[in-house]
Design a protein around this ligand. Structure first.
Ligand code: FES
Ligand SMILES: [Fe+2]
Length: 413
């Protein structure tokens, strides 16, 4: 298959053609080009509060151990023994005093240093056989990893979205709930769906109950994903003024030129006096971060194509899209609340998770039905609507990067 030719034959304002959503070779290329070259958050520090607590994150052939060494330090290691390569941790999560390989019992401390290897030759130096580290950064409790050999500077990556995350104090949060939605669809179909709100009216009654029609039209799937709404812009202006007076952040960020990153952030108001992304519009938990009162606003951040963070003043919903196979994607959601909030007293789990749990189950169904149709020999990309600009933007970014990466590899062979 000539992928370069295929890339260049994709039509503007149409979704991708079938191979991009089903082909194994393109899927492998996708992992190398995209997931392995981005800063992606894979969890929250509050999942591993005690020394030796760990969880695994798996993508493609890689398994990463995310483990707490001490109060200050979280390490990320490749789950590959330095002896003959066995996986070391076999359970998805747990607590250990040291990492002991199940094969021949080589032992590593929580810093990844080899501390136990029996009956090796005299000149064997354990210092040369420590666990291999995966690039990682913990920012506001979010554990970011980067599987690249030469990752981009984390500082540059986080800069434009930093104030939006800090506002909500995610570093002083805990996980109230965490769920994985295994979805039988290509990762790009899952993201296409996430980057447009054309489907919200017919598919998401809960989302449309919480969010107003004018918001959905212009910002439903993030800034610049739909046509401008005069009505909403008027509301936004008034709200910005009010919130600036209260001393909180307003505004938005979107990439204005082609870059390795695909980030976005914005603050927008709820309608009809709603304070939080709940069924009643009433708060679901106690305030977080810098907020001393509810400002009636909502923050949406896209750190990478594989992550989203959606925040009310009192809780955050985070998303990680994990490509598992050409037709399989895991959507992992965490609901974060103030670290001091107590379930049943300060927050009610059902209220907190209601909208995004229902909405994600609906999205899972839509994506799976979409994938079934895309697999047909009669699938042909159809024209996009004005409310699918986010999807188009993602597609252009994707195709440009894929082309660049293929050309680079061909030049180096
Ligand atoms: S492969 Fe791990 S101890 Fe041998
Ligand atoms: Fe959706």
């Amino acid at each position: 298959m000539d992928i370069l030719k295929l890339i260049n034959s994709q039509k503007q304002k149409f979704p991708l053609e079938q191979p991009f959503y089903v082909n194994k070779e393109i899927f492998e290329l996708d992992l190398e080009t995209f997931f392995y070259n981005q800063w992606v958050f894979v969890g929250h520090a509050s999942r591993i509060t005690n020394k030796g607590d760990y969880f695994l994150f798996s993508i493609g052939n890689e398994s990463i151990i995310i483990i707490r060494e001490n109060n200050e330090k979280i390490n990320c290691f490749f789950n590959v023994c330095r002896h003959r390569g066995s996986h070391i941790c076999l359970e998805d999560e747990g607590r250990v005093r040291k990492l002991i390989c199940p094969y021949h019992a080589w032992g590593y401390d929580l810093g990844g240093n080899l501390i136990n290897a029996k009956m090796m030759e005299k000149n064997f130096n354990p210092k040369n056989w420590n666990l291999k580290k995966c690039y990682s950064q913990v920012f506001e409790g979010l554990v970011f990893i980067n599987l690249s050999e030469k990752p981009s500077e984390f500082k540059n990556f986080i800069k434009p979205i930093k104030p939006f995350i800090e506002l909500h104090g995610l570093g002083r949060a805990k996980i109230a709930d965490r769920k994985i939605y295994p979805t039988k669809g290509n990762w790009k179909l899952a993201l296409d769906n996430f980057h447009e709100c054309y489907h919200c009216q017919p598919s998401h009654p809960e989302y449309c109950h919480v969010h107003s029609r004018d918001y959905i039209q212009s910002y439903g799937a993030g800034s610049n994903t739909g046509p401008k709404s005069k009505e909403f812009n008027k509301k936004l202006k008034i709200w910005n003024k009010k919130v600036k007076k209260l001393g909180y952040l307003t505004g938005e960020f979107s990439e204005d030129k082609f870059s390795e990153f695909f980030r976005s952030a914005e603050r927008t108001p709820f309608s009809n006096g709603k304070l939080s992304e709940t069924k009643s519009g009433k708060p679901a938990s106690t305030l977080m971060g810098e907020f001393n009162e509810f400002d009636g606003g909502y923050t949406t951040i896209g750190p990478s194509p594989f992550n989203s963070i959606i925040m009310s003043n009192d809780f955050a919903t985070t998303f990680t899209f994990i490509p598992k196979g050409p037709n399989d994607t895991d959507i992992e959601i965490m609901w974060l609340v103030n670290e001091n909030a107590i379930e049943g007293v300060d927050y009610n789990m059902e209220e907190l998770t209601w909208m995004w749990h229902k909405t994600t189950l609906e999205d899972k169904r839509i994506i799976e039905d979409n994938q079934k149709g895309v697999l047909s020999k009669k699938y042909e990309p159809g024209p996009l609507s004005e409310m699918e600009m986010g999807l188009e933007k993602l597609k252009i970014w994707y195709l440009k990067h894929l082309e660049k990466s293929i050309k680079k590899t061909t030049n180096t062979i």
